[in-house]
Each structure stands twice: as C-alpha cells, then as structure tokens.
Design a protein around this ligand. Sequence first.
Ligand SMILES: Cc1cc2nc3c(=O)[nH]c(=O)nc-3n(C[C@H](O)[C@H](O)[C@H](O)COP(=O)(O)O)c2cc1C
Length: 401
Amino acid sequence: MLARLTHKRIVLGVSGGIAAYKSAELIRRLRDAGAEVQVVMTAAAQQFITPLTLQALSGNPVHTDLLDPSAEAAMGHIELARWADLILIAPASADCIARLAQGIANDLLTTLCLATKAQLAIAPAMNQQMWAAPALQANLTVLRERRVAVFGPAAGAQACGDVGEGRMLEAVELASRCADCFETGVLTGQHVVITAGPTREALDPVRYLSNHSSGKMGFSIARACVEAGARVTLIAGPVNLPTPERLVRVDVVSALDMLAAALAASQSADIFIATAAVADYRPEAVAAQKIKKSSEMLTLALVRNPDIVATIAAHENKPFVVGFAAETEKVLEHAREKLLRKHLDMVACNDVARSDIGFQSDDNALTVIWKEGSQVLEKASKSVIARQLVAMIAQRIKADN
Ligand SMILES: Cc1cc2nc3c(=O)[nH]c(=O)nc-3n(C[C@H](O)[C@H](O)[C@H](O)COP(=O)(O)O)c2cc1C
C-alpha cells in the first residue's frame, strides 16, 4: 500500500553499480507516492549517473561529500541522519555492503548509516559471482542480524552477460518494499481538511471583529492526523502558532476567505474537521477609511456569514464531517441539534463556560456526539484529546462502511 509513503522522508543512497540508472525511476515512484526524497551518492555512483539527474528528479540538491563545509552548513550529515524515516541504499554495491557490515564511515553515505536511528534497507545489485561470494554473504548475515532490511536481489540476465542472482529489484517493487517498512496508521491514505483558529471580520482598515480562539485544538488535531498517516490540509485563521510538520497550511483572515479555502481543499477530502471559531456575522460594509470618533453612539450593521461546515456537509459527495460546538449552556442539547440540522457526522462539544479548559487553554475536555451515540473525553492536554478524537473518527468511518 504505497499510501503509507505519504510525507515519509527517505534518504536514497546510491552506490557505484550499473543499476544506478534504475535509481532515477525509483525516485519518481517514491515521490509519486508522496514521499520526500534526499539523495546521497558515493563517489563511484557519480561515475554511473550524474547528480544533476537525481537532483532534478528528487527536487533537492544531491549530497555527495562528507568533508564539504558548505554542504555541512546547509543540511549536514547529522541533520540528514535525523531527518530520515528510512535510509534505502539502491543499488547497494558489494563494497558498500562490506563497509556497512564493518561499521566503516569513510564517506557521507556510510557515516549517515551509523549516525541514524532510522530503519536501514539495502537493495543489493551485482554480478552473480560477486553475489555468491562467501565474503559478501557473510557481510549480509551480519547486516540482517542488525535488522537491516535486504530487498532482493532478483535473478535474470545481467549487464555483464551472465544470468543469475544479483539483479536489483525494479523500482516499483522497491517502492512497495519501502512502504512495507512503515506501519499503517488509522488514517493512512485519507485526506483530512481541518479549519482552525478565529476569523477576523474587518470594520475599517485598522479594526476588526473576532474572538478568543487560539487555534491550539485544531493544530493538535492536525498533528494527530499526520501521525495517523493522513495527508492534511490545515486552513488557519489568524493565530500565533508554528506550522506543524508534514502538512499543507493555508492561511486565511475572514470567514469568506476560509469558506473559499475550505471549498477548494475539500473537493478531494475524505474527512473535514471544522474546529475554527468562525465569526457568525461580519460588518455589512467595510469602511474605506478609519471610522472617526464623532457621535456618542455608533451602530454597526452586521450580516450573516456563510456556515462553512454546513456548506461542506450539504455537498452530494461530502466527506465525513466533524463540527465543533462551543457552547456556554445546555451544551449537549445544542450540540445534538447542530448535528441534525447541519447534517454532520459528528459533533465535538466544548463547554466554554468552564474556565479550566477551552479557548486559550492547553487542556480540553470534549463530549463527542454522533447519531447513534456519544462519548466523553475527560480533561487532558489538547494533544491527548486530539489523538483520542482521531481514533474515534477512524472508528466511526470504519463502522459506517
Ligand atoms: C563498469 C563497472 C560496473 C560495476 N558494477 C558493479 C555492480 O553492479 N555491483 C557492485 O557491487 N559493484 C560494481 N562495480 C564495482 C564498484 O563500482 C566498486 O566496488 C566501487 O568501489 C564501489 O564504490 P561504492 O561502494 O563507494 O559506491 C562496478 C565497477 C565497474 C567499473
């Protein structure tokens, strides 16, 4: 299941063998499946295929030198070792396999392999006689004992004219073996769109109407969805929060902006989670100039904003839609009414009258309602609540199918 590669970070090590030309296609396959790829080449590999080709295909500069101060200043070897979720060496030459087995770190690729906590995998490629050599087989035994995954090789006609074992697996097969290295999360392969934070409704060039939403709950849910394997689009109102890793963030200001972004993103969404505190009303007109302090009373005319979550839930091929209800009284009653009126699949209710949880707090507690039932998520940090909610959403989707 190639979807497991979504947003995964793969360092592709290329060592010196004829099969290096197949690495170009492998990069395409990995990127098509949603993985990010950084390429590291040995000196010998560069005699077989140019870094320029692999740079163009991976979309990143190719790393070749361990002792290059300028490369270290950009993404150094330790950074690269930490960045990787998986290091795959394809092709893995007999020489490279020997150096790995010995723990030798005399170039960038082998140093990375020692410096990483990531899963290591190799796709050996060599002449059948080299493959059968006792020294090579002994080195492989050592690597297997250290839980290095060995992909292939396949048997067949070889570049040198021999027929036998030692051909590198094809790119499509290698991409699939890489995917197998990653566990399936409960939302693997799903596209989740999340709205978060407040909206700002302009009164004049310097003033706006807004609310106290911090966006923390929506950002925590976005992180939990990424952890669960989903592809995430996070539509954020004006908040003061760093962008979580491995998702697409779309910044918006007003409710109308948020609606446009939500409609665009939700065309391909499987799940839509509306945590944003969208302003119900906006000023009827935005004054072109700053409104002057003149009379004792100022009356503002407000018009209704569109209901974003209801608009998405009204679509024919709607995603699984989760709404949030921030209520100060009759919390459950209002939430159930919202579920039915807006045709939502789930509503998570916050009791914003409680001072220990909610808007600006790092903690939350929710009562989650769906048509046939409900569940209380007791007070916990927003990241814990987010993971619990994501698990519930996955469960409901499974139950509905
Ligand atoms: C034309 C040619 C083809 C080669 N093909 C392979 C190969 O397929 N597999 C292999 O293990 N070594 C092959 N070698 C030998 C390696 O390139 C050599 O062992 C080199 O030192 C590997 O360096 P590296 O492990 O740093 O990439 C080949 C050498 C030449 C000259």
